[in-house]
Design a protein around this ligand. Structure first.
Ligand code: GLU
Length: 478
Protein backbone atom coordinates (compact mmCIF):
# COMPACT_ATOMS: atom_id res chain seq x y z
CA UNK A 1 0.00 0.00 0.00
CA UNK A 2 1.18 3.51 -0.76
CA UNK A 3 1.80 5.78 2.17
CA UNK A 4 -1.43 6.29 4.11
CA UNK A 5 -2.53 9.91 3.94
CA UNK A 6 -5.91 10.99 5.28
CA UNK A 7 -7.42 14.42 5.44
CA UNK A 8 -9.97 16.22 7.53
CA UNK A 9 -11.67 18.79 5.33
CA UNK A 10 -14.05 20.95 7.36
CA UNK A 11 -15.88 23.97 6.08
CA UNK A 12 -15.42 26.92 8.42
CA UNK A 13 -19.10 27.51 9.04
CA UNK A 14 -19.35 27.68 12.83
CA UNK A 15 -18.57 25.64 15.89
CA UNK A 16 -17.22 22.18 15.47
CA UNK A 17 -19.86 19.62 16.17
CA UNK A 18 -19.23 16.19 17.51
CA UNK A 19 -19.83 14.47 14.16
CA UNK A 20 -17.13 16.53 12.47
CA UNK A 21 -14.74 15.93 15.30
CA UNK A 22 -15.36 12.20 15.06
CA UNK A 23 -14.49 12.27 11.33
CA UNK A 24 -11.26 14.09 12.18
CA UNK A 25 -10.52 11.55 14.89
CA UNK A 26 -11.03 8.51 12.67
CA UNK A 27 -8.86 10.08 9.93
CA UNK A 28 -6.17 10.77 12.50
CA UNK A 29 -6.33 7.32 14.12
CA UNK A 30 -6.15 5.55 10.80
CA UNK A 31 -3.23 7.64 9.54
CA UNK A 32 -1.24 7.26 12.74
CA UNK A 33 -1.93 3.55 13.04
CA UNK A 34 -0.35 3.12 9.62
CA UNK A 35 2.54 5.47 10.20
CA UNK A 36 1.00 7.91 7.73
CA UNK A 37 0.07 11.58 7.57
CA UNK A 38 -2.98 13.46 8.77
CA UNK A 39 -3.78 16.55 6.73
CA UNK A 40 -6.07 19.44 7.55
CA UNK A 41 -7.65 21.20 4.60
CA UNK A 42 -9.99 24.12 4.99
CA UNK A 43 -12.88 23.95 2.51
CA UNK A 44 -14.00 27.56 2.40
CA UNK A 45 -15.22 27.89 -1.17
CA UNK A 46 -18.81 28.48 -0.08
CA UNK A 47 -17.93 32.03 0.84
CA UNK A 48 -21.43 32.95 1.97
CA UNK A 49 -21.48 30.25 4.59
CA UNK A 50 -18.03 31.04 5.95
CA UNK A 51 -18.21 32.32 9.50
CA UNK A 52 -15.53 34.57 10.91
CA UNK A 53 -13.49 32.90 13.61
CA UNK A 54 -14.59 29.41 12.58
CA UNK A 55 -11.13 28.47 11.29
CA UNK A 56 -9.62 29.31 14.66
CA UNK A 57 -12.23 27.15 16.34
CA UNK A 58 -11.18 24.26 14.11
CA UNK A 59 -7.51 24.71 15.02
CA UNK A 60 -8.33 25.11 18.70
CA UNK A 61 -10.64 22.09 18.83
CA UNK A 62 -8.09 19.81 17.18
CA UNK A 63 -5.40 21.08 19.52
CA UNK A 64 -7.49 20.61 22.66
CA UNK A 65 -8.49 17.15 21.44
CA UNK A 66 -4.86 16.17 21.01
CA UNK A 67 -5.35 15.44 17.31
CA UNK A 68 -2.05 16.45 15.77
CA UNK A 69 -2.02 17.82 12.26
CA UNK A 70 0.97 16.89 10.09
CA UNK A 71 0.18 19.21 7.19
CA UNK A 72 -2.23 22.08 7.18
CA UNK A 73 -2.62 25.85 7.02
CA UNK A 74 -0.58 26.40 10.20
CA UNK A 75 1.89 23.57 9.72
CA UNK A 76 2.51 24.07 6.01
CA UNK A 77 3.61 21.11 3.91
CA UNK A 78 4.64 20.01 0.48
CA UNK A 79 1.17 20.14 -1.05
CA UNK A 80 -0.12 23.50 0.15
CA UNK A 81 -1.76 25.89 0.30
CA UNK A 82 -4.22 24.01 2.49
CA UNK A 83 -7.01 26.58 2.31
CA UNK A 84 -9.16 26.16 -0.78
CA UNK A 85 -9.81 29.81 -1.54
CA UNK A 86 -6.04 30.17 -1.87
CA UNK A 87 -6.05 27.48 -4.55
CA UNK A 88 -8.52 29.14 -6.89
CA UNK A 89 -6.22 29.21 -9.93
CA UNK A 90 -5.37 25.54 -9.57
CA UNK A 91 -9.03 24.52 -9.88
CA UNK A 92 -9.61 26.73 -12.88
CA UNK A 93 -6.64 25.24 -14.68
CA UNK A 94 -7.97 21.71 -14.19
CA UNK A 95 -11.54 22.70 -15.08
CA UNK A 96 -10.32 24.07 -18.41
CA UNK A 97 -8.47 20.85 -19.00
CA UNK A 98 -11.77 18.99 -18.60
CA UNK A 99 -13.55 21.40 -20.94
CA UNK A 100 -10.83 20.71 -23.45
CA UNK A 101 -11.39 16.95 -23.07
CA UNK A 102 -15.19 17.25 -23.35
CA UNK A 103 -15.67 16.01 -19.79
CA UNK A 104 -16.97 19.43 -18.73
CA UNK A 105 -18.57 22.41 -20.46
CA UNK A 106 -19.47 26.05 -20.00
CA UNK A 107 -23.08 26.73 -19.11
CA UNK A 108 -24.71 30.14 -19.47
CA UNK A 109 -28.26 29.29 -18.40
CA UNK A 110 -29.84 31.88 -16.17
CA UNK A 111 -31.80 31.29 -13.01
CA UNK A 112 -35.14 31.62 -14.76
CA UNK A 113 -34.34 28.87 -17.22
CA UNK A 114 -32.93 26.61 -14.52
CA UNK A 115 -36.03 27.17 -12.40
CA UNK A 116 -38.24 26.17 -15.29
CA UNK A 117 -36.61 22.75 -15.66
CA UNK A 118 -38.77 20.08 -14.14
CA UNK A 119 -37.73 16.56 -14.99
CA UNK A 120 -39.14 13.15 -14.21
CA UNK A 121 -40.73 12.82 -10.78
CA UNK A 122 -40.71 16.59 -10.44
CA UNK A 123 -36.97 16.58 -9.68
CA UNK A 124 -35.18 19.60 -11.09
CA UNK A 125 -32.11 18.66 -12.98
CA UNK A 126 -30.01 20.26 -15.63
CA UNK A 127 -30.85 19.17 -19.19
CA UNK A 128 -27.39 19.55 -20.80
CA UNK A 129 -28.70 22.49 -22.82
CA UNK A 130 -25.32 24.25 -23.05
CA UNK A 131 -23.40 21.07 -23.82
CA UNK A 132 -24.52 21.58 -27.38
CA UNK A 133 -23.23 25.14 -27.82
CA UNK A 134 -20.60 25.46 -30.48
CA UNK A 135 -17.02 26.44 -29.57
CA UNK A 136 -17.53 29.77 -31.38
CA UNK A 137 -20.68 30.58 -29.51
CA UNK A 138 -19.05 29.80 -26.17
CA UNK A 139 -16.06 32.00 -27.09
CA UNK A 140 -18.37 34.81 -28.17
CA UNK A 141 -20.43 34.69 -24.98
CA UNK A 142 -17.37 34.58 -22.78
CA UNK A 143 -15.89 37.56 -24.63
CA UNK A 144 -19.19 39.41 -24.25
CA UNK A 145 -19.00 38.89 -20.52
CA UNK A 146 -22.03 36.61 -20.08
CA UNK A 147 -22.29 34.95 -16.69
CA UNK A 148 -21.09 31.34 -16.78
CA UNK A 149 -20.45 28.24 -14.75
CA UNK A 150 -18.61 25.06 -15.70
CA UNK A 151 -20.53 21.80 -15.47
CA UNK A 152 -19.44 18.18 -15.47
CA UNK A 153 -20.62 16.19 -18.49
CA UNK A 154 -22.08 13.00 -17.03
CA UNK A 155 -22.74 9.81 -18.96
CA UNK A 156 -26.46 9.14 -19.30
CA UNK A 157 -26.31 5.40 -19.66
CA UNK A 158 -24.80 2.51 -17.78
CA UNK A 159 -23.92 2.31 -14.12
CA UNK A 160 -21.11 3.49 -11.91
CA UNK A 161 -19.65 1.11 -9.38
CA UNK A 162 -17.10 1.39 -6.66
CA UNK A 163 -16.06 -0.25 -3.42
CA UNK A 164 -16.41 1.47 -0.13
CA UNK A 165 -14.52 0.05 2.84
CA UNK A 166 -17.61 0.39 5.05
CA UNK A 167 -20.53 0.04 2.65
CA UNK A 168 -19.00 -2.52 0.34
CA UNK A 169 -19.82 -2.58 -3.35
CA UNK A 170 -21.96 0.38 -4.41
CA UNK A 171 -23.73 0.61 -7.76
CA UNK A 172 -25.47 3.75 -9.00
CA UNK A 173 -27.19 4.17 -12.38
CA UNK A 174 -25.51 6.94 -14.33
CA UNK A 175 -28.81 8.55 -15.29
CA UNK A 176 -29.12 9.57 -11.63
CA UNK A 177 -26.00 11.72 -11.92
CA UNK A 178 -26.70 15.35 -12.69
CA UNK A 179 -24.32 17.54 -14.66
CA UNK A 180 -23.16 19.19 -11.49
CA UNK A 181 -21.45 22.56 -11.34
CA UNK A 182 -17.68 22.36 -10.98
CA UNK A 183 -16.81 26.06 -11.13
CA UNK A 184 -19.35 28.58 -9.85
CA UNK A 185 -20.09 31.99 -11.30
CA UNK A 186 -17.75 33.56 -8.73
CA UNK A 187 -14.88 31.57 -10.25
CA UNK A 188 -14.54 29.36 -7.17
CA UNK A 189 -14.95 25.60 -7.36
CA UNK A 190 -17.77 23.70 -5.72
CA UNK A 191 -17.00 21.10 -3.11
CA UNK A 192 -17.81 18.51 -5.77
CA UNK A 193 -14.85 19.60 -7.86
CA UNK A 194 -12.37 20.86 -5.31
CA UNK A 195 -12.42 17.68 -3.22
CA UNK A 196 -11.25 15.61 -6.22
CA UNK A 197 -8.52 17.99 -7.32
CA UNK A 198 -7.20 18.40 -3.82
CA UNK A 199 -7.41 14.78 -2.78
CA UNK A 200 -5.41 13.89 -5.87
CA UNK A 201 -2.84 16.68 -5.61
CA UNK A 202 -2.44 16.13 -1.87
CA UNK A 203 -1.89 12.40 -2.48
CA UNK A 204 -4.74 11.36 -0.19
CA UNK A 205 -4.89 7.58 0.00
CA UNK A 206 -8.09 7.17 2.04
CA UNK A 207 -11.04 9.56 1.88
CA UNK A 208 -12.97 9.28 5.13
CA UNK A 209 -16.09 11.42 5.29
CA UNK A 210 -19.79 11.47 6.07
CA UNK A 211 -21.99 9.07 4.12
CA UNK A 212 -23.99 11.95 2.69
CA UNK A 213 -21.26 11.90 0.02
CA UNK A 214 -21.65 8.21 -0.79
CA UNK A 215 -24.10 8.71 -3.65
CA UNK A 216 -21.98 11.51 -5.18
CA UNK A 217 -18.83 9.43 -5.15
CA UNK A 218 -19.41 8.04 -8.70
CA UNK A 219 -19.37 11.63 -9.97
CA UNK A 220 -16.01 12.16 -8.30
CA UNK A 221 -14.71 8.90 -9.72
CA UNK A 222 -15.71 10.04 -13.20
CA UNK A 223 -13.60 13.15 -12.65
CA UNK A 224 -10.62 11.07 -11.55
CA UNK A 225 -11.12 8.94 -14.65
CA UNK A 226 -11.32 11.94 -16.96
CA UNK A 227 -7.93 13.07 -15.71
CA UNK A 228 -6.55 9.53 -15.79
CA UNK A 229 -5.96 9.60 -12.02
CA UNK A 230 -6.21 6.71 -9.59
CA UNK A 231 -9.23 6.69 -7.24
CA UNK A 232 -8.56 6.96 -3.53
CA UNK A 233 -10.01 4.36 -1.17
CA UNK A 234 -13.35 5.41 0.27
CA UNK A 235 -14.49 5.09 3.85
CA UNK A 236 -17.95 6.58 4.33
CA UNK A 237 -19.07 7.13 7.90
CA UNK A 238 -22.62 6.88 9.16
CA UNK A 239 -24.08 9.89 10.93
CA UNK A 240 -24.38 10.49 14.63
CA UNK A 241 -28.02 10.95 15.52
CA UNK A 242 -29.64 13.08 18.16
CA UNK A 243 -32.43 10.50 18.36
CA UNK A 244 -33.95 7.89 16.07
CA UNK A 245 -35.05 10.48 13.50
CA UNK A 246 -32.77 13.46 13.71
CA UNK A 247 -29.11 13.86 12.84
CA UNK A 248 -26.88 15.93 15.06
CA UNK A 249 -26.40 19.05 13.07
CA UNK A 250 -23.99 21.93 13.08
CA UNK A 251 -26.67 24.15 11.61
CA UNK A 252 -28.93 23.54 14.56
CA UNK A 253 -26.14 24.18 17.01
CA UNK A 254 -26.29 20.63 18.38
CA UNK A 255 -23.57 19.12 20.43
CA UNK A 256 -20.63 21.41 19.81
CA UNK A 257 -17.28 20.48 21.23
CA UNK A 258 -17.03 23.89 22.91
CA UNK A 259 -20.37 23.55 24.67
CA UNK A 260 -19.18 20.32 26.21
CA UNK A 261 -15.81 21.61 27.35
CA UNK A 262 -17.53 24.63 28.86
CA UNK A 263 -19.80 22.32 30.80
CA UNK A 264 -16.76 20.62 32.20
CA UNK A 265 -16.23 17.65 29.94
CA UNK A 266 -12.58 16.74 29.46
CA UNK A 267 -11.39 16.63 25.85
CA UNK A 268 -9.91 13.17 26.41
CA UNK A 269 -13.29 11.86 27.61
CA UNK A 270 -15.13 13.45 24.67
CA UNK A 271 -12.63 11.87 22.27
CA UNK A 272 -12.94 8.48 23.95
CA UNK A 273 -16.73 8.64 23.84
CA UNK A 274 -17.07 9.74 20.24
CA UNK A 275 -14.54 7.13 19.10
CA UNK A 276 -17.11 4.56 20.22
CA UNK A 277 -19.96 6.22 18.33
CA UNK A 278 -19.79 4.26 15.11
CA UNK A 279 -16.79 2.09 15.86
CA UNK A 280 -16.87 -1.04 18.00
CA UNK A 281 -13.64 -2.20 19.57
CA UNK A 282 -13.07 -5.89 20.04
CA UNK A 283 -13.79 -6.92 23.63
CA UNK A 284 -15.61 -5.24 26.49
CA UNK A 285 -13.17 -2.43 27.28
CA UNK A 286 -14.56 1.07 26.66
CA UNK A 287 -11.99 3.37 28.16
CA UNK A 288 -9.17 4.17 25.77
CA UNK A 289 -6.41 6.76 25.69
CA UNK A 290 -5.49 8.29 22.34
CA UNK A 291 -2.54 5.91 22.01
CA UNK A 292 -4.77 2.94 22.68
CA UNK A 293 -7.28 4.20 20.13
CA UNK A 294 -4.50 4.49 17.54
CA UNK A 295 -3.53 0.93 18.24
CA UNK A 296 -7.02 -0.56 18.35
CA UNK A 297 -8.97 1.39 15.72
CA UNK A 298 -9.99 -0.64 12.70
CA UNK A 299 -12.03 0.13 9.62
CA UNK A 300 -13.64 -3.29 9.94
CA UNK A 301 -15.10 -2.19 13.29
CA UNK A 302 -16.91 0.76 11.69
CA UNK A 303 -20.66 0.50 11.72
CA UNK A 304 -23.00 0.67 8.75
CA UNK A 305 -25.86 1.92 10.86
CA UNK A 306 -26.04 5.29 12.56
CA UNK A 307 -25.32 5.75 16.22
CA UNK A 308 -27.25 7.73 18.78
CA UNK A 309 -25.47 10.29 20.85
CA UNK A 310 -26.04 9.49 24.50
CA UNK A 311 -24.94 12.30 26.75
CA UNK A 312 -25.56 10.26 29.91
CA UNK A 313 -23.02 7.73 28.76
CA UNK A 314 -20.47 10.39 27.89
CA UNK A 315 -21.05 11.92 31.32
CA UNK A 316 -20.39 8.64 33.05
CA UNK A 317 -17.18 8.19 31.07
CA UNK A 318 -16.16 11.75 31.89
CA UNK A 319 -16.62 10.96 35.59
CA UNK A 320 -14.20 8.07 35.20
CA UNK A 321 -11.65 10.42 33.66
CA UNK A 322 -12.15 13.03 36.37
CA UNK A 323 -11.50 10.46 39.11
CA UNK A 324 -8.19 9.56 37.52
CA UNK A 325 -6.94 13.10 37.00
CA UNK A 326 -3.79 14.07 38.77
CA UNK A 327 -4.98 16.28 41.65
CA UNK A 328 -3.15 19.41 40.48
CA UNK A 329 -4.62 19.12 37.00
CA UNK A 330 -8.04 18.50 38.51
CA UNK A 331 -7.69 21.68 40.56
CA UNK A 332 -6.58 23.70 37.52
CA UNK A 333 -9.70 22.61 35.69
CA UNK A 334 -11.99 22.83 38.73
CA UNK A 335 -10.97 26.27 39.99
CA UNK A 336 -13.07 28.26 37.48
CA UNK A 337 -16.11 26.26 38.63
CA UNK A 338 -15.35 26.95 42.31
CA UNK A 339 -15.09 30.60 41.35
CA UNK A 340 -18.62 30.38 39.96
CA UNK A 341 -19.97 28.77 43.11
CA UNK A 342 -21.19 30.33 46.35
CA UNK A 343 -18.06 29.26 48.22
CA UNK A 344 -16.05 31.68 46.09
CA UNK A 345 -13.44 33.32 48.29
CA UNK A 346 -14.82 31.68 51.46
CA UNK A 347 -13.21 28.27 51.74
CA UNK A 348 -10.12 26.44 50.58
CA UNK A 349 -10.84 25.06 47.11
CA UNK A 350 -8.16 22.38 47.38
CA UNK A 351 -9.70 20.94 50.53
CA UNK A 352 -13.06 20.86 48.78
CA UNK A 353 -11.45 19.43 45.68
CA UNK A 354 -10.14 16.43 47.61
CA UNK A 355 -13.69 15.65 48.70
CA UNK A 356 -15.50 16.07 45.41
CA UNK A 357 -13.09 14.85 42.74
CA UNK A 358 -14.55 11.34 42.90
CA UNK A 359 -18.12 12.56 43.36
CA UNK A 360 -18.76 14.45 40.13
CA UNK A 361 -19.13 13.42 36.52
CA UNK A 362 -18.71 16.83 34.94
CA UNK A 363 -16.99 19.89 36.36
CA UNK A 364 -20.08 22.06 36.12
CA UNK A 365 -21.59 19.96 38.93
CA UNK A 366 -19.10 21.57 41.32
CA UNK A 367 -21.29 24.51 42.43
CA UNK A 368 -24.27 22.28 43.25
CA UNK A 369 -21.97 20.02 45.28
CA UNK A 370 -20.38 22.78 47.37
CA UNK A 371 -22.90 25.64 47.55
CA UNK A 372 -24.50 24.13 50.67
CA UNK A 373 -21.39 25.11 52.64
CA UNK A 374 -22.06 28.78 52.01
CA UNK A 375 -25.80 28.58 52.62
CA UNK A 376 -25.96 27.49 56.23
CA UNK A 377 -29.21 27.30 58.11
CA UNK A 378 -29.09 25.56 61.48
CA UNK A 379 -29.99 21.89 61.49
CA UNK A 380 -33.40 20.93 62.86
CA UNK A 381 -34.35 17.85 64.86
CA UNK A 382 -35.76 15.92 61.88
CA UNK A 383 -32.31 15.84 60.39
CA UNK A 384 -31.03 13.67 63.23
CA UNK A 385 -34.16 11.68 63.91
CA UNK A 386 -35.40 10.03 60.76
CA UNK A 387 -35.40 6.71 58.95
CA UNK A 388 -31.79 7.10 58.01
CA UNK A 389 -30.15 8.17 61.27
CA UNK A 390 -32.60 7.52 64.13
CA UNK A 391 -30.68 9.79 66.49
CA UNK A 392 -33.16 11.30 68.89
CA UNK A 393 -32.86 15.00 69.53
CA UNK A 394 -31.97 14.57 73.17
CA UNK A 395 -28.93 12.55 72.25
CA UNK A 396 -28.06 15.06 69.53
CA UNK A 397 -28.29 17.84 72.10
CA UNK A 398 -26.00 16.04 74.56
CA UNK A 399 -23.45 15.35 71.82
CA UNK A 400 -23.51 18.96 70.68
CA UNK A 401 -23.14 20.41 74.17
CA UNK A 402 -20.22 18.15 74.95
CA UNK A 403 -18.57 18.78 71.58
CA UNK A 404 -18.80 22.55 71.91
CA UNK A 405 -17.32 22.26 75.37
CA UNK A 406 -14.40 20.13 74.16
CA UNK A 407 -13.74 21.87 70.89
CA UNK A 408 -13.77 25.48 71.98
CA UNK A 409 -10.31 25.15 73.53
CA UNK A 410 -9.08 22.54 71.12
CA UNK A 411 -5.96 23.54 69.22
CA UNK A 412 -5.24 20.70 66.84
CA UNK A 413 -7.81 21.84 64.25
CA UNK A 414 -6.80 19.44 61.51
CA UNK A 415 -8.61 16.45 60.05
CA UNK A 416 -6.52 14.05 62.14
CA UNK A 417 -6.84 16.21 65.24
CA UNK A 418 -10.60 16.39 64.82
CA UNK A 419 -10.84 12.61 64.49
CA UNK A 420 -9.04 12.32 67.81
CA UNK A 421 -11.31 14.86 69.46
CA UNK A 422 -14.40 13.03 68.23
CA UNK A 423 -13.06 9.74 69.56
CA UNK A 424 -12.52 11.32 72.94
CA UNK A 425 -15.96 12.94 73.03
CA UNK A 426 -17.61 9.64 72.11
CA UNK A 427 -15.68 7.72 74.70
CA UNK A 428 -16.51 10.12 77.49
CA UNK A 429 -20.19 10.21 76.53
CA UNK A 430 -20.23 6.47 75.95
CA UNK A 431 -21.88 6.89 72.57
CA UNK A 432 -20.88 5.21 69.36
CA UNK A 433 -18.38 7.36 67.40
CA UNK A 434 -20.68 7.04 64.38
CA UNK A 435 -23.33 9.00 66.25
CA UNK A 436 -20.94 11.81 67.15
CA UNK A 437 -19.67 12.02 63.56
CA UNK A 438 -23.19 12.24 62.18
CA UNK A 439 -24.50 14.75 64.70
CA UNK A 440 -21.55 17.05 64.15
CA UNK A 441 -21.67 16.76 60.38
CA UNK A 442 -25.36 17.70 60.30
CA UNK A 443 -24.96 20.45 62.86
CA UNK A 444 -21.99 21.95 61.01
CA UNK A 445 -23.67 22.03 57.62
CA UNK A 446 -27.41 22.04 58.19
CA UNK A 447 -27.81 19.28 55.58
CA UNK A 448 -28.01 15.51 55.79
CA UNK A 449 -25.81 14.56 52.85
CA UNK A 450 -22.32 16.00 52.54
CA UNK A 451 -19.22 15.07 50.57
CA UNK A 452 -16.98 14.11 53.49
CA UNK A 453 -17.46 13.67 57.22
CA UNK A 454 -17.51 16.05 60.15
CA UNK A 455 -13.70 16.35 60.50
CA UNK A 456 -13.42 17.38 56.84
CA UNK A 457 -16.33 19.82 57.16
CA UNK A 458 -14.95 21.37 60.34
CA UNK A 459 -11.51 21.61 58.81
CA UNK A 460 -12.85 23.45 55.76
CA UNK A 461 -15.04 25.80 57.81
CA UNK A 462 -12.29 26.60 60.34
CA UNK A 463 -12.61 26.69 64.10
CA UNK A 464 -14.47 29.95 64.53
CA UNK A 465 -17.14 29.28 61.92
CA UNK A 466 -17.50 25.67 63.08
CA UNK A 467 -18.18 26.67 66.68
CA UNK A 468 -20.59 29.36 65.59
CA UNK A 469 -22.56 26.81 63.56
CA UNK A 470 -22.53 24.16 66.29
CA UNK A 471 -23.96 26.71 68.71
CA UNK A 472 -26.65 27.77 66.29
CA UNK A 473 -27.65 24.19 65.55
CA UNK A 474 -27.71 23.43 69.27
CA UNK A 475 -29.97 26.43 69.86
CA UNK A 476 -32.49 25.11 67.40
CA UNK A 477 -32.78 21.93 69.48
CA UNK A 478 -33.47 23.75 72.74
N1 GLU B 1 -16.16 20.22 3.50
C1 GLU B 1 -16.89 18.99 3.55
C2 GLU B 1 -17.79 18.99 4.76
O1 GLU B 1 -17.52 19.72 5.70
C3 GLU B 1 -15.92 17.85 3.65
C4 GLU B 1 -16.37 16.56 3.17
C5 GLU B 1 -15.17 15.66 2.91
O2 GLU B 1 -14.52 15.28 3.89
O3 GLU B 1 -14.85 15.39 1.77
O4 GLU B 1 -18.77 18.27 4.77
Amino acid sequence: MDRVRTRFAPSPTGFMHIGNLRTALYCYLFAKQNGGDFILRIEDTDVERTVEGAIDIIYQTLKESNIKVDEGPLQGGEYGPYVQTQRKDIYMKYALELVEKGAAYYCFCDKERLDSLVGENGIKRYDKHCLHLSKEEVAMRLARGDKWVIRQNMPTEGVSEFDDLVFGHVTIPNNELEDQILIKSDGLPTYNFANVIDDHLMKISHVMRGNEYLSSTPKYNLLYDAFGWEHPQYVHLTPIMKDAQRKLSKRHGDANFNDFTEKGYLPEAIINYIALLGWSPKGEEEKFSMDELIEKFSISGLSRSSSIFDEAKMKWLNGEYIKELDFDRFMDLATPFFEKSKVKGLYDYRKLGVLIQSRIEILSEIPEKVDFLAEFTPANRDMYFNKKFKIDDNLAKVVLEKSIEELKDYDNWTIDGLHEAIAKISEELEVKPGVTYTVLRIALTGVMVTPGGSPEMADILGKEESLKRLNESLKSLL
